[in-house]
Design a protein around this ligand. Structure first.
Ligand SMILES: [Ca+2]
Length: 78
């Protein structure tokens, strides 16, 4: 994916990476989302962003948390 993902794209990527089907991502699933979006972050950056994105500190990234993270970094499309 070379362009910024739209909200639909993002939801598709989220759902595809959510192997557990529990509508939240663990660190491995979060890494898969980043790869799907063509973001090549170093492992420590992924870890940092995971912790930043997990605003309710439950150890998982929900879809709203993922969207907030990407929006805050200007990584989503219109
Ligand atoms: Ca969370």
């Amino acid at each position: 994916m070379t362009t910024k993902p739209t909200e639909d794209d993002l939801f598709t990527v989220f759902t595809r990476a959510d192997l557990g089907g529990d509508e939240k991502l663990d660190l491995m699933e979060f890494t898969m989302v980043l790869e799907s979006l063509g973001l090549s972050w170093a492992r420590h950056e992924v870890q940092d962003h995971f912790e930043t994105a997990d605003t309710n500190r439950d150890g998982f990234i929900s879809y709203p948390e993922l969207r907030t993270l990407l929006e805050s970094r200007g990584l989503t499309g219109p």
